[in-house]
Design a protein around this ligand. Structure first.
Ligand code: HGY
Ligand code: MN
Ligand code: MN
Length: 417
């Protein structure tokens, strides 16, 4: 590693990084040390404003695109050269942790600050991006901002999505964009030389293997669906079961059939129903409509394809009394990261003498979409017992700093190629 780069990496400040996590965790704080910072909410806007205030103090430039992806840029010697990008997301699950996503944004910012403190000039600009709506908790599907930025989905696909309170994404997005006028508007899909995302592992492998750095090789495949069951509401006390069109009864039967479909002795398939809306949602009225989510994942392309294709016919066949509508909302095949980036991350970890191992990601990330437009990869750090999407999510300051150092070294290497 070049001497100037060593100096910059050495300036990654563990206390400053930890303190920034603490400040951000106050935004949307919930009991148990967690956060609830839904995409395009007042809390999301507050986090964006705080990041912008830090960036302005450094004279980094600030950009935003039409879906609200927020870019912090440190200029390079060649402003026309495609930048090296890093980042992650600041939105969280409803009962989320303070590190999921936020670590990737703050590690990227910490790397920029350390490089700035060292006065290192890079050939290419380096950009930290905070992607809009990575979680998809409020406005499904997930990784929405990066899907639109990379041209995989048009913005128009998502503008009319509503949250559980009936608020439409179009309005929440307009309010979010209006809240940060200091960000210069920029195009989708501007060229990038490389993308490296730092994230907590959200699994137990690194902690169990006593490794500090995960050199991520790829992300498993993912399918999301909304399944709707259309019945008829009736009196719970007087309507014979034989005459009912009970949407909740059929929904339960469909969910049980999908559990059978995805039963896996190796416990590799990930099948989750996490969201359900019942109408009229009253104890003594038969349900007339149910909407529930399906989140299906597997690392093998053929398996995720086979299971994904089986969902709709099985749901329709299983329903006894009601009409069913299955709407696919996300279709990501397993992605494999570019060996160039995987190697750069692994070399950086080795040069820094950090115990590391290669692993694939069970969680989905914006890197999945960036990998379609430029060489991409990820850096994992351990989180306590692998717990995530839970307010108990925890990580060690020294592991976060180690991840930020590997990120800084990797970005410097890529920004001077
Ligand atoms: O769902 C995921 O895998 C990511 O944590 N949003
Ligand atoms: Mn995440
Ligand atoms: Mn997450």
């Amino acid at each position: 590693m070049r001497e100037a780069h060593q100096d910059a990496v050495g300036r990654v400040d563990q206390q400053r990084l930890w303190q920034r996590h603490a400040e951000m965790a106050q935004i949307g704080a919930i009991p148990g040390n967690g956060v609830n910072r839904a995409a395009l909410s007042a809390e999301d806007i507050a986090a964006r404003k705080l990041l912008i205030s830090w960036a302005q103090a450094r004279n980094f430039s600030i950009g935003v695109d039409d879906i609200g992806n927020l870019f912090v840029r440190r200029e390079g010697l060649d402003p026309a050269a495609p930048p090296v990008m890093t980042g992650s997301h600041m939105d969280s699950q409803p009962r989320g942790g303070r590190f999921d996503g936020m670590f990737g944004v703050l590690a990227g910012f910490e790397a920029l600050e350390a490089i700035d403190d060292a006065g290192v000039k890079t050939q290419r600009a380096i950009e930290v991006v905070a992607w809009t709506n990575e979680e998809g908790g409020r406005f499904p599907p997930c990784t929405m901002g990066s899907a639109v930025y990379t041209g995989q989905r048009p913005l128009a696909d998502f503008l009319d999505v509503r949250d559980n309170e009936g608020i439409v994404l179009r309005d929440a997005l307009a309010a979010t964009l209006a809240a940060t006028p200091q960000a210069t508007r920029r195009e989708f899909n501007s060229p990038a030389a490389a993308y490296v995302e730092a994230h907590i592992e959200q699994g137990p492998l690194l902690e169990n293997a006593n490794k500090t750095i995960g050199v991520v090789t790829g992300i498993q495949g993912l399918r999301w669906f909304n399944i709707e069951v259309f019945g008829k509401t009736d009196h719970a006390g007087t309507t014979p079961l034989a005459l009912r069109q009970d949407a909740l009864r059929d929904a339960v039967a469909i969910i049980n059939a999908l559990h059978e479909l995805t039963r896996d002795a190796a416990d590799t398939v990930r099948f989750t129903v996490g969201r359900m809306l019942v109408t009229p949602n009253s104890t003594n009225s038969v349900a007339s409509h149910v909407l529930f989510s399906v989140d299906l994942r597997h690392p093998d392309p053929a398996t995720i394809d086979r299971l994904g294709k089986a969902v709709e016919p099985l749901a329709v066949k299983t329903a006894q009394q009601c009409r069913v509508r299955v709407t696919p909302t996300l279709h990501n095949n397993p992605c494999v990261f570019d060996p160039l980036i995987v190697g750069a991350v692994e070399n950086a970890a080795r040069e820094l003498g950090l115990p590391n191992m290669r692993l694939a990601s069970g969680a989905s990330h914006d890197a999945n979409y960036m990998a379609r437009i430029c060489p991409s990869g990820m850096i994992f750090v351990p989180c306590e017992k692998g717990v995530s999407h839970n307010e108990a999510e925890n990580a060690k300051p020294e592991d976060l700093a180690a991840g930020a150092k590997v990120l800084a070294a990797t970005l410097l290497e890529l920004a001077n190629r």
